[in-house]
Design a protein around this ligand. Structure first.
Ligand SMILES: C[S@@+](CC[C@H](N)C(=O)[O-])C[C@H]1O[C@@H](n2cnc3c(N)ncnc32)[C@H](O)[C@@H]1O
Length: 181
């Protein structure tokens, strides 16, 4: 399993505790990487869970290509008019200027999935961001989105958006490759 943008490492650790033999997780933020490493160590999972600082796939070693059965990213889906280099660590959790990060991810992801059986899932909120924009970025990279599961948040997040309160919609979407005729 590969978790992109692992933050504190929660989903990566949950994966390792629930059947994933080996987990790699990444984050663009060094603070997040340090936090995830502490949690991996606290769960004594250092032999099965590896965290790497990386902007999407940029710093993953080449042996990671064609390797993952499962890739997951609870990605920052909100556009902001500010360069990524000027965002704080916390802002990078929510904002992805021009949807650059998800665009890069969907452009390169196929190389990191086990051919034919690797699957990739993304968490996305239609309350916070535009489904049309997410679908457009996916289509541009030859993917369509399939809703797998839908939740309503029960607790609000204090991230400067009214919409992020309790009751926000959160969906898990699988990407399916578009076949060209
Ligand atoms: C919505 S948070 C998810 C955090 C955690 N995985 C969770 O589900 O609670 C998005 C995460 O993606 C990271 N991130 C943002 N842009 C990234 C990029 N280009 N490459 C890797 N990680 C990125 C952020 O630092 C943040 O930790």
């Amino acid at each position: 399993m590969l978790e992109l943008g692992t933050g504190a490492g929660y989903n990566a650790i949950l994966g390792a505790l629930n059947g994933a033999a080996y987990v790699t997780c990444t984050d663009v933020s060094q603070v997040a990487v340090n936090n995830a490493q502490e949690n991996i160590d606290n769960h004594q999972l250092g032999n099965r869970v590896t965290v790497i600082r990386s902007d999407v796939f940029d710093s993953l070693p080449s042996e990671c290509k064609y390797k993952f059965d499962l890739i997951f990213w609870n990605f920052p889906f909100v556009h902001i008019n500010k360069p990524a280099s000027e965002l704080t660590d916390l802002e990078r959790c929510v904002y992805d200027p021009e949807h650059e990060g998800i665009d890069k991810c969907l452009r390169d992801i196929k190389q990191f999935l086990v051919p034919d059986r690797g699957r990739a899932f993304f968490a996305f909120s239609t309350t916070l961001a535009s489904m049309e924009q997410f679908s457009d970025v996916a289509a541009k990279n030859n993917w369509k989105l399939q809703l797998v599961n839908e939740y309503e948040t029960t607790v609000g997040d204090d991230i400067g958006f009214e919409e992020a309160g309790a009751g926000a919609q959160l969906g898990i979407y699988e990407i399916i490759e578009l076949k060209r005729n």
